[in-house]
Design a protein around this ligand. Sequence first.
Ligand code: XMP
Length: 512
Amino acid sequence: MHDQVLILDFGSQYTQLIARRIREQGVYCEIHPCTRLAPPRGADVPALRGIILSGGPSSLSDADAPPFDPAWLDQGVPVLGVCYGMYLVAHHNGGEVRGGGSHREYGAADLETIGEDALFDGIPGTSPVWMSHGDSVTRVPQGFTTVARTASCPIAAISNPARRQWGIQFHPEVTHSRDGVQILRNFIFGICHARADWSMGGFVDEQVDRIRAQVGETGEVICALSGGVDSSVAAAILHRAIGKRLHCIFVDNGLLRMGERESVRAEFADFDLTVVDATERFLSALHGVTDPERKRKIIGEQFIRVFEAESHRFEHARWLAQGTLYPDVIESVSFKGPSATIKSHHNVGGLPDDMKLSLIEPLRELFKDEVRVLGKTLGLSDERVWRQPFPGPGLAVRCLGELTAARLEVLRQADAIVDEEIRAAGLYRDIWQSFAVLLPVRSVGVMGDSRTYEEACAIRAVHSTDGMTASVAPIPMELLTKIASRITNSVRGINRVVYDLSSKPPGTIEWE
Ligand code: XMP
């Protein structure tokens, strides 16, 4: 069992970042909703080394402030309250927290430490930190001392080493807090004495054992392999555990990027892989459909039908593997109910109940960057583990208007050029997604001596961390014009290229 730091989430946008920073230090860390009750007094939680109370958007005095079980403060392990978490530490120990007016502070500030404290070991007397708060601690609880301040926040950190509780007003997890990682290290190692025993190599061994124990000596597992990072890594770890008892199904719906099917075949050559060519089926179901939501719905339904039919061939399979990641798991336990950020994306989650398959989700404890490291540990190619996200409905949501084999091929060719040029310029990994969109808009052009009347193509490239918000990637003009000229010169059917300058919100990343 790994030593563990537990984070209680009060809704801050940075909560996941705290968990990642701690895992980067090799310490296992989990996020739980703030509604979770503390274990009963006297219950032994052997691996728990420390608790972090996250920040959150609420005021302590809000009528709908998130719930908190104060018994978390009496678990006999150190507690660090960050921002909103600091108010909880202060308030439940008898201090005072006030909101509004002059207490607000957003942005960078210089933190000045006062005296010596284990939390600030090795931190210089002043250090830039990131502040984002509306309330402040205005009276320090008995037994606590103020150990840091900023120009506008006289109580920026409080400490009670005897009770092993700390509170900090700033956010150590964001990069703007220069010494933030050191402060977190001081907490998890210097104060909590957690062991750094969380590594991907160890994770593979544990998961392999766990999967073998779960499915038994003869159990068989089905996996919908899309070729994306998550399903590929999930398949790779299952393959490591049970070899050919893992049956992968790859559905070519005719909406894939250029070379996708071949690349999956090549990468997973040693796997029991069924490649289903369902192009005809999907395209005829989509015939004449232009409404984006209907397209998605049809694709989702067809996928389930194809997958179900194929999976019946594996009559002994009792398990379905899915590449669910930790952020999906945490979002679904958020204290305000499933967060508005969750999309009804088409995936195998909608399989009919009568398939009677139990889920196996080997990645559900991992963040995306950990999944990539795991993929490399399992021997997947760089190309596979670093690929940009690709939506389940594929090129359908990038081919506006009617989906025909011919229009999809035009888009596929344009998209391949965008992909090739972005990679060649060394921008591929920095950009969240970059792709072409085919627009059902025809305009007049001239080529050689003749007039053309063809469709337009948009180039979309965005930066994002989770797809929920996005900003336009500032691709150099020379590169954009090079891409545009390659597309208009070599792709028959496109005579004009435009660059999409919309951020999300108000735009979405995909056009449909
Ligand atoms: P939007 O277009 O909503 O997309 O800004 C946000 C992120 O989600 C991806 N996306 C999907 N992924 N099935 C998926 O698996 C879908 O139906 C789907 N729709 C959008 C999109 O590519 C972007 O990364």
